[in-house]
Design a protein around this ligand. Sequence first.
Ligand code: GPP
Ligand code: MG
Length: 283
Amino acid sequence: MTSVARSVTRTDYQRSVADYWNAEKDPVNLRLGDVDGLYHHHYGIGDYDPAVLDGRGKRRDDAIIAEMHRLETAQADVLLHHLGDPSPADRLLDAGCGRGGTSVMAHRRFACQVDGISISEQQVEFANEQARKHGIDGAVRFHLRNMLDTGFESGDFAGIWNNESTMYVDLHDLFAEHARQLRPGGRYVTITGCYNDLTGGRSRAVSQIDQHYICNIHARSDYFKALADNGFVPITVVDLTAETIPYWELREKSPVATGIEKPFLTAYREGSFHYLLIAADRV
Ligand code: GPP
Ligand code: MG
């Protein structure tokens, strides 16, 4: 398995990231996905229903998990909303697709072809199996590919997104590849965690998040520089920080907490870190 992943990874760093995701089977992702077959690798937004904390035992656990899943699905809905209005004949690219939840939602919403890519063979296999289970494998396909060098034809895509996957790559390299693949006028959307230029470099909490996921969180300013340098013009920027804090508060009380909840809450509350949506057009 790892040997196949090695064919799309270029560096030791990328191989360590692929190894991490090939081995990942955390209930915080699998139990939530089991709720309705949408497996996400991103966080949630919106207020939670405090009543989910009232029950006891398994009922309480199940209610919290379903509520966390609802907030994660709400996050993907917001991302897709900013992709505009692709037609069923269009193709969309999910760069860093994880287990494929956002791609499945995109197909349901726009009825178009979706390609998802990951450097983790396990994630690609899992996501393709889900597409088969949902009966949409003719339109939603997952591939073992590197988002910095996808091999797709130039200008093939009407829309591309990264749902919390940009912190694994150099943004200039990433947006150069996205600019190549998007047709002129194509839309790019990302939801990401970025550190705050105003508070200086990475705070301790941001460094703890980097260490936990083996990623390199970028500064807020890096996104806008790299987008502008590659022919992207931002159309919408939404600070989702206040909206994601309830998710982390619920997650901290949940039976599937992983230990990374405190650094996220600290970083968001102290203002060293933002949860940001950026939508940009490729000119
Ligand atoms: C993982 O989601 C997301 C990342 C590794 C990107 C880091 C995101 C930032 C905003 C910095 P996941 O659903 O696999 O994580 P977990 O297992 O903690 O739920
Ligand atoms: Mg998760």
